[in-house]
Design a protein around this ligand. Sequence first.
Ligand SMILES: Cc1cc2nc3c(=O)[nH]c(=O)nc-3n(C[C@H](O)[C@H](O)[C@H](O)COP(=O)(O)O)c2cc1C
Length: 170
Amino acid sequence: MELFLQDDTLITSKTDMRGKITYANEDFCYFGGFKEQKEFINKPHNLIRYESMPRVAFKLLWDTIGSGEEFFAFVCNRSMKGDTYWVFANVTPSYDTHGKIVGYYSVRRRASKAGVEALSTIYKKCLELESSQGMQAAQDYITEILKSHKQTWNELMISLQAQGEIGGYR
Ligand SMILES: Cc1cc2nc3c(=O)[nH]c(=O)nc-3n(C[C@H](O)[C@H](O)[C@H](O)COP(=O)(O)O)c2cc1C
């Protein structure tokens, strides 16, 4: 079954440097289908990974946040019960007082219909390319899309989310 976030839903989680969950809020538990914190605390974030998400999406995520930048993306996750839910995610590095990255933080909200439609198509093509030619082919495909839009990845994500401000995906 597909679950839908409300306008005011905020699904948040924090991770260590390797992506192990150190904190998550109530909406994270609800949509993830978790009953207790111990089901996810100190576990890798791929606990809620949905198999239709291409590997290249997570490569872009880790390359971006690892270099100290924030990352936006439409992501489809899978709950413990097998339900799926699309989110518009913003992932940021957390810094200590010396400017060293000490972990990461993700805030996810209701995804726009435009974003879900566009990324469903892009991710499907990426998955096909990954299985036929490998992840580099999927990354080249994304580079071409961004060139044709004359936008960076984050700019494209933000513009797709902005299209959903009125009458968005529910
Ligand atoms: C702060 C943060 C939040 C993340 N949130 C998600 C998420 O909601 N869903 C997801 O599938 N991966 C998320 N990831 C990425 C995972 O760490 C992982 O790269 C991804 O699930 C692919 O896992 P795999 O390479 O083991 O298949 C997040 C990573 C970080 C650092």
